[in-house]
Design a protein around this ligand. Structure first.
Ligand code: PLP
Length: 401
């Protein structure tokens, strides 16, 4: 018997990626200034960030961060339960619960950790987790970690979800969906999913990483936009590093759930609390996101401008009402070539390829921000039209990207 060598095996997997145009290249950004990035010494207009409201560099957030760092220092020094939970964390949890209309909220250091912690705490062997096929990777990983049965229904198909729940009628069940899908930008059929969960006695969990701050009254998210409450969707998770422009995540819901997660969510219990200054900056971000509806209005105008222009240019858009506006290319090599051509023209728009998206559905993931000017969007549209026309005329399978 000869034991397989782990490093050889992973190197072979890496070689397969290169063959299939699937290697992701790490780029180091030298400077960032609003939507502008400096990459390899060149200033590029970026349509890649999730900073939908343009808060990541807001002066009030910088000020809140530095003031709190002056007061609290940098590190939280311990886990929440062991002295790391500082006043800014407590104030932020209260503000997030109030914003989302939930009884309580609990902070996590990242969205990935939040989803792992929640699914692992709620589910175990013999339980059922039903998920949209296009859910974010960390929801899938959370169900795997929990050791429950995982079933994935066709994208946005509430009837498919209903069949999967009905098939295991006696198991405790969680239905988990992204509120806004991170690579497609469309909104889940939340009202149908909530009605289904009620009918089947299942619990609904929504990951609103891309909905919070963007959709709904006061930017309270995709559930609020659909008129759904804590009773309809008891488990709400959202991140603080997207529209809020900072970092971290939270879960909000009934007090019984949140109090139990503080005990059972291992990714909350066994990890250092985030720096209190980040919580202070996020608290400012929440206040601005709630109060400054004009940021959302500006964003919505840019989305409409982009979609109208894209249609006029004949670009392949998805059915997205959000700032995530992917342009489908299909082939991974062609998507890479298009991204490279856009970069040569002064734009940073990453190509997203499998396994992040399904086979044959490689795309340019355009994201818009309130920090963009209408003229930025118009320039991007012209460049996209020129580049995609050239790419579709180019011979297939070119380059070794
Ligand atoms: C970004 C994202 C996450 C992960 O959040 P992080 O804070 O970046 O770890 C989870 N779910 C969805 C849908 C996301 O888009």
């Amino acid at each position: 018997m000869s034991r397989p060598d782990l490093l050889e095996r992973i190197a072979a997997a890496q070689a397969d990626l290169a063959r299939d145009h699937l290697v992701r290249r790490l780029r180091t950004v030298g400077a960032a200034d609003g939507p502008w990035l400096t990459l390899d010494g060149r200033r590029l207009l970026s349509f890649a960030s999730n900073d939908y409201l343009g808060l990541a560099q807001h002066p009030a957030l910088r000020e809140a961060l530095t003031a709190a760092a002056a007061q609290w220092g940098v590190g939280a020094t311990a886990a929440h339960l062991l002295g790391g939970h500082r006043a800014p964390h407590a104030e932020l949890e209260a503000a997030l619960a109030a914003w989302t209309g939930r009884e309580k909220a609990l902070l996590f250091s990242t969205g990935y950790m939040a989803n792992l912690g929640v699914l692992d705490a709620l589910l175990g062997e013999g339980d059922l987790c039903v998920q949209d096929r296009l859910n974010h990777a960390c929801l899938i990983d959370g169900a795997r970690l929990a050791g429950c049965e995982l079933k994935r229904y066709p994208h946005a198909d509430a009837d498919g979800a209903a069949r999967q729940l009905a098939g295991t009628a006696d198991a405790a069940a969680l239905l988990a969906s992204d509120g806004v899908f991170s690579m497609d930008g469309d909104v889940a059929p939340l009202a149908a999913l909530a009605a289904l969960c009620k009918r089947e006695g299942a619990t609904l969990m929504v990951d609103d990483a891309h909905g919070l701050g963007v959709l709904g009254p006061d930017g309270a998210g995709s559930l609020a936009a659909a008129g759904l409450t804590q009773a309809d969707a008891p488990v709400l998770m959202a991140t603080l590093g997207k529209a809020l422009g900072v970092a971290g995540a939270f879960v909000a819901g009934p007090a019984v759930l949140i109090d139990a997660l503080a005990q059972f969510a291992r990714t909350h219990v066994y990890t250092t609390a985030t720096p209190p200054a980040l919580a202070a900056a996020t608290l400012r971000a929440v206040a601005i996101a709630r109060a400054e509806g004009e940021r959302r209005e500006r964003l919505m105008r840019l989305i409409a401008l982009f979609r109208d222009g894209a249609r006029a240019h004949g670009l392949a858009l998805l059915d997205s009402p959000t700032p995530i506006q992917p342009v489908l290319v299909g082939d991974s090599g062609a998507a890479l070539a298009a991204a490279a051509a856009l970069e040569a023209a002064g734009f940073y728009v990453p190509a997203i390829r499998p396994p992040t998206v399904p086979q044959g559905k490689a795309r340019l993931r355009v994201t818009l921000s309130a920090a963009h000017a209408p003229s930025d969007v118009e320039r991007l549209l012209d460049a996209l039209a020129a580049v995609l026309k050239a790419t579709s005329l180019a011979p297939a399978g070119r380059g070794s990207g």
